[in-house]
Design a binder for this molecule. Sequence first.
Ligand SMILES: [Cu+2]
Length: 486
Amino acid sequence: MSKDDRSVLSWLGFAAAIAALAVAIFGLRDDGGGGSSSAAGSEGSSASRPYITIVMNDSYRFTPDTIVIPTAGATLHLVNEGGAVHNMAIPELGLTSETLPGGTMYDWELTNLPGGTYTFICPQPGHEALGMKGTMTVSDTETPTPDERDSVIDTGEESGGTGLSNHSTSWDEMDNIMYKQAQLYPAKTEGIGNQPLEYTMDGDVKVFEVTAKVVDWEVEPGKIVKAWTYNGVVPGPEIKVYSGDKVRIIFKNELPDSTSLHFHGIDVPNLMDGVDPYTEDPTVPGETKVYEFVARGPAVGIYHSHHNAEQQIPDGMFAAFIIDDIPIPQYLIDKGYPDHATKTINMVLNDAGVIGLSLNGKSFPATEPYTIRQGEILLVHYMNEGLMAHPMHMHQPMGWVIARDGHILDAPYPTDTINVAPGERYTVAYMGMEPGVWAWHCHILTHAETPDGMKYMVTALIVERGTLSDLFLEQNPSWALPQFES
Ligand SMILES: [Cu+2]
């Protein structure tokens, strides 16, 4: 990110945006909490025990990973959002839940627990080592009684619920935690991916050097993982060429394992497709391989591993490969949009491996904000290198999908939430319309907001004051009306 982007970020402005978002989410949570509480209440004896939702996923995390429950116990509503099998165990108490296949839920009843602080884990082989653990405190002093909670979270008689919340933190503690988390954004971390890869000329051939290696990578402040990378960054550096360019990629493997380099969504001769053991032998540790082809665009592609990809890719071996520029379609220019993008970025989505839920190799609050002015276009190439689809939601402005998998669409279509499946790429044009700091996040809510505040796949688009074109205002007269001042 440029220094400009950071300096213009209005902390207060973003806090206001966060507050608005929190209100929206809070409304939803009241419904869920009421429903959950009455379900617990119908069981009679469990009425005084809290009902706590714990989400498990293939990023090997429990959300939340810190819970407080009374000695009377609690119902832990376990939700496995991943594809892998997970469950939960408290080894010190000798307790283990049922096993949850991917996509299932289970209510785990815990009763009459000894006071103390315990570690809980996923006992599936290797999951604890990957970080799937948390802390459970059993105490009667730290959890408000249901009566106390009724007095602070009053959902009203019409809600049909008891007003019980579905978490063990009081509302003001929770607001504080969320506020502190929000204030960390944009947090500074070591390393930045996606930068343009420099090349040298050998005659008329553009020569790029790519080295696969394991490095320490800071996903968010203090979360440093052993990432498998191209040139030491996540995503790897962007390769940008133009149709007709002769391209040579000198690929060196400094990993402890074999690998191969595949050009996803790029037209190459079959023997350059990088799919061992079919089109080539694996590139073994220490070996260098050369790929050569002529660029045929336009293309919005990815270069990534095609060897033990379920680990090598989510752990960091992915990067953008772009041929030519995707033009702003006449359809939008006729609507008063500018004829070129002010900024073009790649937004690579990931949800697994050592990096986990992230945008461009970083997790909120370390994600990068982007800045444009009113009337300018930010062009975004979404690319999903994870294991799940992610519906990416921009609060404002609305976007237009202008290319899919690098193919320019005859008819652009509007989006504020675009579902990007693994392997897909969508190119979306966002024009800055209303000034402010606009939240921009995956709308699978467990990928964006937690009881500890915003996390993971969240960033912001900052729209500064500028000018909407006369043509746009002619066609959208309501945008010319003054807004209420707040
Ligand atoms: Cu997501």
